[in-house]
Write a protein that binds this ligand. Sequence first.
Ligand SMILES: Nc1ncnc2c1ncn2[C@@H]1O[C@H](COP(=O)(O)OP(=O)(O)OP(=O)(O)O)[C@@H](O)[C@H]1O
Ligand SMILES: [Mg+2]
Length: 755
Amino acid sequence: MDYLSTLNEPQYEGVVNTDGPSMIIAGAGSGKTRVLTFRIAYLIQEKKVDPFNILALTFTNKAAKEMRERIEQVVGSNARNLWMGTFHSVFARILRAEAEKLGYPSNFTIYDADDSKSLIKTIVKEYGLDDKVYKPNVVLNRISGAKNRLVSWQEYINNPIYAGDDAAAQKPEMGRIYKTYCLRCFKANAMDFDDLLFNTNVLFRDHIDVLNKYQQRFKYVMVDEFQDTNVSQYLITKKLASVTQNIAVVGDDAQSIYAFRGANIENILNFEKDFPDLKVIKLEQNYRSSQNIVKAANSVIALNKGQLQKTVWTANGEGNKIELIKAISDNEEGRFVASAIFEKKASDSSKNSDFAVLYRTNSQSRAIEEALRKSGINYKIFGGLSFYQRKEIKDLMAYLRYAMNPEDEQSFRRIINLPKRGIGTTSVEKIVVAAFEHDIPLWEVLTNINSFLPGRVANAVNEFVTLIKNFKISADTKDAYEAASHIAKNSGLLKELYADKTVEGLNRYENVQELLNAIKEFVDSPDVEDKGLGAFLQDVALLTDTDNDKDENQDYVSLMTIHSSKGLEFNNVFIVGLEEDLFPSQMMLSSRADLEEERRLFYVAITRAKKNLYFSYALSRYRFGRLMNCEPSRFIEEVDPSFIFVNTRYGSREPKLGRSENPPGFSSNYAKNLIANRKQQTQKKPLQYHKPSANFRPSDISELQEGQKVEHPKFGFGKVRKIDVNGANKKAQVVFEDFGEKTLLLAFAKLRIVE
Ligand SMILES: Nc1ncnc2c1ncn2[C@@H]1O[C@H](COP(=O)(O)OP(=O)(O)OP(=O)(O)O)[C@@H](O)[C@H]1O
Ligand SMILES: [Mg+2]
């Protein structure tokens, strides 16, 4: 068995000790995921366990897919029957099978965060409450928090301790909104993401026979990234494994980064209590990264007080130091990243897929994206406004969802007047309220609309009903692709998009075609058993940020948030935007616990790198629509400086922003300056614009030359780097002393030529 011979001693223990509970809490890159993968292969191949009896819970569907592929390499296609996926996808599947026990039909809809928010908005409005007090986001977070602690709306209302004592909880109507939200979801045959876990808990609590069935089925349970499970997820796992006790969990407390979403690090302690026969396995050797990277990561995480003691070392070579790059602006940062990738590819023939750019927030991708595009480097953004969040895609998806479930209120609202049928929002409200007040299904109101609305609108609704009935037949009788094509065509959506001949319109049309392609692919895939529309919709509803991996065979640089990068590895990693208030995030500075979570996030980012790691920061950046002056992140300074090298080749243009010129981490004064600056500047101010000189008069710039010095009324003095005569739009690229490079359209630019 050659795959076992590649394991070190404790990894081997983790693989072959398949009976009874075990837990591996170990540092990044030490092979935890690999142990789980091999353990499954071992169960199937050596222990002759039927894959049907194995359940493996991963953090993303992508991780599940990769594990499955690796297992298939060992055991062959037999691995297909494994149950492996995210908590949400596995339990959505169980809930579909058992839905009627909870009073749901099996074709229930899964509401995404937008659906949930818009439902909350509606409820807040219906109650005549102020949506500045009851912000949909805040309310949703609160409801989500309650569900993840398994606090039902009844408990929330009856027992104020559940509501908590923070500002959000003090709002008196929160309980009522929670209640109505749940009732409306139920009525719409819909579950939100948190319900998938909450309802699984209810199912296993109230239906012992069902629990027994799954306990017997899943004889071996495994959980990756255990540190990020919440209470609700933990309870489900615990219950499933409580009979056989064959459970293995792996994780790293130093990588716990979802406390803000209810992940509970105490699950590690609970696990020890709940499974007293536990075998604890330690992995200490990191196989992923160079010495420099491992040591740098250790030096950072050592600053956290609340960590379990762990050793992480590597036998890998020393490797290169971390390169630190300073940029004047976010755009320049993007260009540096692009140049560094370009040069690295040229020097050692790396592929695009060897690179990842990691950032704290999705909005940072813009500058990086632009620079990569200009350099002709293929890239892909994970997360953010993904394909499935685009309007035209959501529109068609709403039709598909509605054809499956005519009680789905959010989809109904989206499509009832799309394309326009003359059914206004007042009529829509009347319909929804009628269903609620009479306590009848929405579909019943629609099919008896003449009793509720006056003639003209009623006629329009009747036409809509006929259309949906027709769609329903096709959803019930055809495969997902045929049904979706039929619906796209006959709903009028495609026609409307086709009629729009603008570039955006064309794009939208192509996006819809692309969705149909994706459905075709789904239907054609040998891994898919159920080829119906419902199965496809469920698949899409449960996509996680890193899943959207359609063009797998292409070679691209990965752009993603650090949160999404968990568990992944790349030869070369850029951590960009290492600036105070961005990373660590401004919102995470209020308590030591929050700052420690940010630091763990930094640790996760560092440990994604195998060979080369780059840090970058910009001295100014557009945020919230304003140009902000930024300071380098404290995290840069927290890395032991002996592992860092300042790359002045990229960051050579010194800005004049009154900052300390010392690169972070290199001078003992640096920390003092940083602290002093931070105290002075608790509130970030936008950069001061230039005051034009007294003799400022715009010059005739039709003759503007490269190399000339100019004055701009806002950006001050600068030098013309390049003039671009491309068609009618003559542009100048000017490097301003204080604002970095700007591209100005000469037809509009007010410039004084100084010399
Ligand atoms: N014994 C080994 N021999 C060779 N390579 C190994 C060994 N163990 C792990 N690796 C490799 O090290 C890398 C990290 O392993 P893995 O992803 O399983 O670590 P992990 O502990 O799950 O990391 P993370 O905490 O980031 O999720 C992988 O490329 C894996 O193939
Ligand atoms: Mg892992």
